[in-house]
Write a protein that binds this ligand. Structure first.
Ligand code: SAH
Length: 547
């Protein structure tokens, strides 16, 4: 069979696999233009030590009463200098409601209507990306990244029967629009697939980034109109309609459509809830799901039970310093003193009662780890994964006679099914900083729980299967990054000299670097595909091109 896709790009190796219910195919250990300075840091490669110290230190505070005492009084609030307008607003809200879940804090910091990191807080002359920004992402490092994702969609379109219409491209969290631009440019080389595309959807919370995406994909002069669904413009590639929405829920689910969805460094920006399992005397236990604590010595008398307690955010005491707060050595002290800190809820909160009970993986922590177990849960990640899955495989609300399409999720987080803990991090100007300093100006992110995404996807639809996660380095190598990049490097060297060729080389090698903090190792790729009993593996996950 002759492949319509250049073989060189798609040479793949066979690899080991593990199947769960025939639908979760985990594959491990598989064998341009230079865009961004190599001195810029990706969100993760600047980081490894986590928040443990911060959590530990905050656990010493034990009661709500104490937290409330430490929260600003109205007078204090007036006098105290908060590091950002959002910090002041958050402190005022906490004063009214008491400490808030970490997820609420994260959501406000990232996407609050006014002053969120992605919604207008950072200075007008810069955005989040590149040397002048806070971090750099793979599509901004090398064009090859987006090109290979475009090729991946082409291979899925070929393998799923080359549908001649009804294809939708959906990107969640598209940043500057660079990845979609590279994907679309690549797909133009496959006219039958390009002609099958009905529309492009971009899920974007940031008004500024939405405009940047429009300028790149449609041109600076292209008008943008508003409707009930979102914002509309026309793409420079093939005159395709592009629709911007704030959430994926606003994109209609139509069963004949073949959605190709990409999420790159989107899930890490979704708010997490954090919990710790504590041993409490049985007499104080009020919640039904508590179990006897067999791990603690005091449980010999069966007088203690295990309960999940939520990590809450409250203001730091007035007059705090980096020293008094013991800002971890891994975080820069060049920021103002953190306005907030994490504290453990003194009793069960609504989320603590149901989120840690929502998966067998979480429930197992009670017996496998016992008191002291930590847990992060991202309900929004499950919502997005369920939505992708329903679009591809159909669901009771949106039945689909023939599952079709694919989702590719690339992000950082454990590739081995471990549940993330202590993974919240703050980044500002390429430095790791406290996630509680300068809220709204600091980027916040957390490790992605790929196993939770797989679980949510499979729960949402009978019509899908999940492949991966595989390390980004493996995925890109299997997709043919070496071959594609060498062509680009040669062209760049011929056009702009040897140095330009070397830069192209450095850039792609950075994406596949498998060193301890290398992007090729830390970032993972996962795919959601139409259910096929694991018989056909996608390219990049150990499969070959099928036409
Ligand atoms: N994928 C891009 C950008 C990653 S940064 C790249 O790799 O370069 C995260 C992106 O997600 C930004 O575009 C940000 O505005 C968007 N975003 C973050 N939280 C969001 C939310 N809750 N809803 C919609 N978009 C969000």
């Amino acid at each position: 069979m002759k492949s319509a896709v250049p073989r060189a790009l798609l040479r793949g190796a066979r690899c080991g696999r593990l199947q769960l219910n025939n639908r979760f195919v985990s594959t491990t250990h598989v064998s341009h233009v230079h865009r961004s300075s190599l001195r810029t840091t990706s969100k993760l490669t600047s980081i490894s030590p986590r928040l443990v110290q911060q959590h530990n230190q905050s656990r010493n505070l034990s009661t709500t009463a104490r937290l409330r005492n430490e929260a600003v009084s109205e007078e204090d609030d007036y006098k105290r200098k908060w590091s950002t307008p959002l910090a002041k607003q958050l402190a005022a809200a906490i004063q009214l409601t008491g400490p808030v879940p970490l997820a609420s804090y994260m959501r406000m910091c990232l996407t609050a209507d006014i002053g969120g990191y992605y919604t207008g807080a950072i200075e007008k002359d810069r955005d989040q990306f590149g040397l002048k920004g806070d971090f750099v992402t793979s599509p901004e490092i090398s064009q090859v990244f987006g090109e290979l994702i475009g090729i991946w969609f082409v291979t899925e379109w070929l393998a799923q029967g080359k549908q001649s219409r009804g294809v939708e491209l959906i990107e969640v969290g598209p940043g500057r629009g660079t990845l979609m631009d590279d994907v679309l440019r690549t797909i133009q080389n496959f006219p039958s697939m390009a002609n099958s595309i009905d529309a492009i959807y971009m899920v974007e919370a940031s008004p500024e980034l939405r405009v940047a995406q429009k300028n790149l994909l449609c041109g600076e002069d292209a008008p943008m109109s508003e409707s009930k669904v979102g914002y509309h413009s026309v793409c420079k590639y093939g005159g395709l309609p592009i629709v911007w929405t704030e959430t994926i829920k606003s994109i209609p689910i139509v069963s004949e459509k073949m959605p190709f969805i990409v999420a790159h460094e989107f899930f890490d920006a979704l708010p997490i809830h954090a919990f710790e399992l504590v041993s409490v005397p049985a007499s104080q236990s009020t919640s039904p799901p508590a179990e006897t604590d067999k791990s603690s010595p005091s449980s010999k008398t069966s007088t203690s039970t295990l309960q999940w307690r939520e990590m809450l955010v409250s203001p730091t005491p007035r007059g705090s310093t980096h020293e008094s707060l013991k800002t971890p050595a891994s975080q820069s002290r060049d920021t103002p003193v953190p306005d907030f800190q994490l504290t453990l809820a003194p009793s069960s909160t609504r989320h603590a009662l149901y989120l840690p009970e929502s998966s067998p993986r979480y429930r197992a922590l009670k017996s496998s780890v016992g008191a002291g177990a930590l847990l992060e849960v991202c309900p929004d990640a499950s919502l997005y994964a369920s939505d992708f899955s329903a679009r591809i495989g159909g669901s009771p609300q949106h039945p689909k006679s023939k599952p079709s399409g694919a989702a590719l999720i690339l992000d950082y987080g454990p590739g081995d099914g471990t549940i993330p803990t202590n993974s919240l991090r703050g980044i500002r100007r390429h430095k790791r900083v406290s996630p509680f300093a300068e809220p709204g100006l600091t980027d916040l992110s957390a490790d992605v729980d790929f196993a939770a995404i797989a679980e949510a996807a499979m729960r949402a639809s009978e019509g899908v299967e999940v492949h991966g996660p595989v390390a980004q380095g493996d995925f890109l190598e299997l997709m043919g990054i070496r071959e594609r990049a060498s062509v680009l490097a040669k062209k760049a060297a011929e056009k702009d000299g040897e140095e330009a060729g070397k830069n192209v080389d450095k850039a792609w090698k950075r994406l596949v670097d498998r060193g301890p903090n290398g992007m090729g190792k830390i970032y993972q790729a996962m795919a959601i595909l139409p259910e096929n009993e694991g018989r056909r593996r996608p390219v990049g996950f150990g499969g070959d091109v099928v036409v």
